[in-house]
Ligand binder design. Structure first.
Ligand SMILES: *Cc1c(COP(=O)(O)O)cnc(C)c1O
Length: 459
């Protein structure tokens, strides 16, 4: 295309004179608007040189507006999780309860007594707010909240075992999602790893032998297998027995629970996930777990246990580097309050999802099917399984009912649902697109169905 043609493109000043761009300038500022106009014109020039038609001035203005909007759109935004994975790490793990969200809002907008003791007018401790609830709920003597559980484990190991030995079963040297490997974290903490037993079987005598041979063992570590399950010819030593073995050698036990449930999962048709209370009662000196897995709260790492072991962690420099912010602590406190009031399965979203009977999920799937039928779209309701996720209950699933959509190209339909607004994450099985109502929040139903109607029209 000739350069003559390019001369007919309007300049930045001329474009900015357009009413639509004047409005953009008033809303988003001169700098962003001018930059968007320049960048759009540069792209158009390249396209025209490559043989594209010269756009009209109206098209150019629309392109600048679109460019500006795209640039200003947040990249982190809500997603509808229809995957059936309840604690989905890639989708932000646990949705927060209404109280937890309100608590965030209440401290985010202004000042708070985060580190201020209102009765004395002196400096207070930020993690104190959630800690007293943790003691009440778990029976522990002491508690500490940090930024996440990886940080909690690192802090506890660094303080307690730096330059010393930590005994752990070979069967527990696992890598959990996101590159958290138990051996790597131990090395990072400066602790020396003493592996005992074999991958599938570790016995009491393996621990006893190691403790008898090694003069400087700081801890026995038990780590939850997370999303990995040992099956078949296996054996591990129970926590209470580990505590007993340790006591004979004067060595405390640390338990990395990972998910850290406060409620028993067994009444909901799942295997029993070890609870924090059980680890505390079994005599673990330190128990570490996440805030946003089975606890159902904000991202946080929690250490509870015996005062002699937990209190010193609060004074370690790493505790300062890993400290949680006020919004985290507000949400954590509100989440813990649900357990105290015995309303966790009603109020905490992930526990509502875990405890929803399959008949209730089926009713929602049928309701979705009916509403889509009224919009002229035929779908099916089929049996399926939901998973808990979050490194808890490996291999365990809950029966569910799925809305199944036929499509010539389910991958393309899945991609369209993912990339639209709001994005919907579904799964594909047997050449159908499958949506699990169990993980979709009730208030998302209307927008989910509107998007499905739209996509089924065009696909
Ligand atoms: C998830 C998990 C962690 C890490 O917890 P984050 O809160 O993700 O930092 C550590 N240990 C185990 C066993 C886990 O399952």
């Amino acid at each position: 295309m000739s350069t003559d043609e390019l001369r007919r493109l309007p300049g930045v000043d001329r474009l900015l004179g357009d009413a639509a761009l004047q409005e953009m300038r008033a809303r988003y500022g001169h700098h962003l608007t001018v930059t968007a106009a320049r960048e759009t014109l540069a792209q158009v020039r390249d396209a025209v040189r490559a043989g594209a038609d010269l756009p009209t001035e109206g098209t150019l203005v629309a392109q600048v507006v679109a460019h500006l909007r795209e640039r200003l759109a947040p990249t982190l935004h809500p997603v509808i999780n229809a995957s059936g994975v309840i604690i989905h790490t890639n989708l932000g793990r646990s949705p927060l309860s209404a109280d937890a969200r309100a608590a965030i809002e209440s401290v985010a907008a202004g000042y708070s007594n985060l580190e201020y003791d209102l009765s004395s007018g002196q400096r207070g401790q930020r993690t104190h707010h959630a800690e007293r609830l943790l003691l009440e709920l778990t029976g522990a003597e002491s508690a500490l909240v940090v930024n996440n559980n990886a940080g909690a484990v690192l802090l506890a190991l660094t303080h307690t075992a730096r330059g010393r030995d930590v005994v752990i079963s070979r069967g527990q040297l696992v890598e959990i999602g996101g590159g958290f490997r138990v051996p790597d974290v131990m090395r990072q903490s400066g602790a020396q790893l003493i592996e005992v037993g074999t991958t599938n079987r570790t016995h009491r005598r393996d621990y006893e032998q190691a403790l008898a041979e090694q003069p400087d063992v700081a801890l026995i570590l038990r780590a939850h297998h997370s999303n990995f399950r040992l099956v078949g010819f296996t054996s591990e030593v129970e926590l209470a027995e580990l505590v007993e073995i340790g006591a004979a050698f004067g060595v405390p036990v640390m338990d990395d629970l990972g998910s850290g449930a406060l409620l028993d999962t067994a009444p909901f048709g799942l295997a029993h996930e070890p609870t924090v209370q059980e680890s505390v009662a079994a005599g673990a000196a330190l128990v570490c777990f996440s805030g946003d897995k089975l606890l159902g709260g904000p991202q946080a790492g929690i250490v509870v246990g015996q005062a002699d072991f937990v209190e010193p962690l609060k004074r370690h420099p790493l505790a300062r580097a890993l400290r949680p912010d006020k919004t985290c602590l507000a949400a954590l406190q509100a989440t813990l309050m649900h357990y105290l009031k015995e309303e966790a399965t009603d109020c905490i979203p992930i526990w509502r999802m875990i405890s929803a009977p399959v008949e209730q999920v089926a009713r929602r799937a049928q309701d979705w099917q009916e509403r889509l039928r009224q919009a002229g779209r035929e779908t099916q309701v089929v049996d399926g399984r939901s998973t808990v996720g979050g490194g808890s209950l490996p291999g365990e699933t809950l029966p569910t009912r799925l809305l199944a959509l036929d499509s010539d190209n389910p991958d393309r339909l899945a991609a369209a649902l993912r990339t639209g607004a709001p994005p919907i994450v579904a799964r594909i099985g047997a050449d159908q697109l499958l949506l699990d109502p169990r993980t979709v929040l009730p208030e998302e139903d209307t927008v989910l169905l509107a998007r499905l109607v739209g996509e089924l029209e065009t696909s």
